[in-house]
Design a protein around this ligand. Structure first.
Ligand SMILES: Nc1nc2c(c(=O)[nH]1)N[C@H]1C(S)=C(S)[C@@H](COP(=O)(O)O)O[C@H]1N2
Ligand SMILES: [Mo]
Length: 363
């Protein structure tokens, strides 16, 4: 077994803090990602928290600040289960970096995304118990892992707008795929914000604060920003750029793998597509001739409104070297952009360009 209960063949970008994604093919065909295969993204040390010692503080713009133990959280609030896909905003960064280097950022392939069934209390129920004040606009989450990315070091944190925090699907989760949350995924309790970038699903959460402004935590205010291509990455330090929140439409080809040689002729192509907040995946097209002709893939039924859609299609692979491309459409008729080159940004976020794998059709 690999680190943190993960499979041996994980692609480990960093051991400390632990950053790893599975080989793409290992995500294929499984609507829920097994725990040993689920990607993991960390900005600080994985926390080992005694569940009996853990407390959650709820404070800020609430009538009654609360401190909850795990037992109180589980007993006081109805438990809910949501199947949700988590995707890092840096998913597919390696394809951006192929156009222009992105120094200091993890070179994620297409597997910084996974799907699990999460069980926990609705964040909305906990906020209601505390008596959320009308002037609260954002709910900030603070965790216990101290990251050395910011100077001086700072615990991880994030925030989401109140309207999202009050939505049914946002959980304080203690279970993942029917078992207690593993340490690497935020035990004993993490936030799960379906439809938002992974960075807002704060692990090892210990404090919820209702406030008028977004969190000033480094990872909310200074990182996870989409900067214009010509901006100095240092511009992020002053908080310039688009603060990422809602996820965007994205897709990838999981099989065949990049640089694979296959017999020319009919082959099966498969992958995932994931839509943004409150959108669905409507269609997925695959082309073996750079987009002149497209075949529509079969979309598997969704495991729920917040889960990715797996897809597959049989196409005729021509002999010789070529590229297979795939593009998804969402329920608002938005389609992915053709080229990652035009999406390049200094911190390397949100590569939502057409998926491509280079293949050779053998004879
Ligand atoms: N406390 C804490 N929460 C965190 C992070 C972190 O470093 N610390 N990383 C975030 C990021 S950037 C992502 S993409 C997801 C990854 O969740 P996973 O490790 O369970 O896959 O967790 C988010 N929550
Ligand atoms: Mo992330």
């Amino acid at each position: 077994m690999g680190y943190w209960g993960k499979r041996d063949d994980m692609i480990v970008h960093d051991v400390e803090p632990y950053n790893a994604e599975p080989p793409c093919a290992m995500l294929d065909g499984r609507s829920l990602t097994p725990l040993d295969t689920f990607y993991s993204r960390n900005h600080g040390p994985v926390q080992q928290i005694d569940p009996d010692e853990w407390r959650l503080d709820v404070d800020g713009l609430v009538d009654t600040p609360l401190t909850l133990s795990l037992t109180e959280l589980r007993n006081r609030f109805a438990s809910r289960t949501v199947v949700a896909t988590l995707q890092c905003a840096g998913n597919r960064r390696v394809e951006l970096a192929a156009f222009r280097p992105i120094p200091g950022q993890t070179p994620w392939g297409s597997a910084a995304i996974s799907t699990a069934q999460w069980t926990g209390a609705a964040l909305a129920d906990v906020l209601a118990a505390a008596g959320l004040c009308l002037d609260a606009q954002h709910i900030a989450f603070a965790a216990s892992d101290v990251s050395h990315v910011p100077d001086p070091p700072q615990p991880f944190g994030a925030s989401i707008p109140v309207a999202k925090a009050l939505a049914d699907e946002v959980l304080l989760a203690w279970e993942m795929n029917g078992v207690p949350l593993p340490a690497v995924h935020g035990a004993p309790v993490r936030v799960v914000v379906p439809g938002y970038i992974g960075a807002r699903s704060v692990k090892w959460v210990r404090r919820l604060t209702a406030q008028e402004h977004p969190s000033d935590n480094y990872f909310q205010a200074k990182d996870y920003l989409l900067l214009p291509a010509d901006a100095d990455p240092a511009a992020a330090a002053s908080g310039q750029g688009l603060s990422l929140g809602v996820a965007a439409l994205n897709a990838a080809i999981l099989r065949p793998s990049d640089r694979q040689t296959l017999p020319a002729g009919p082959i099966q192509v498969s992958g995932y597509a994931s839509a943004g907040d409150n959108r669905g995946v409507a269609r997925l097209d695959v082309s073996v001739d750079g987009g002149q002709h497209w075949s529509q893939a079969d979309l598997e039924p969704a495991a729920g409104p917040w889960a990715w859609r797996l897809w597959q299609v049989t196409v005729k692979l021509p002999p010789g070297p070529g590229v297979i491309v795939a593009r998804a459409w969402d329920t608002s008729a938005v389609v992915q952009s053709e080229s990652a080159e035009h999406l390049w940004n200094p911190l390397g976020y949100m590569n939502t360009a057409w998926a491509r794998v280079r293949v050779t059709g053998g004879l």
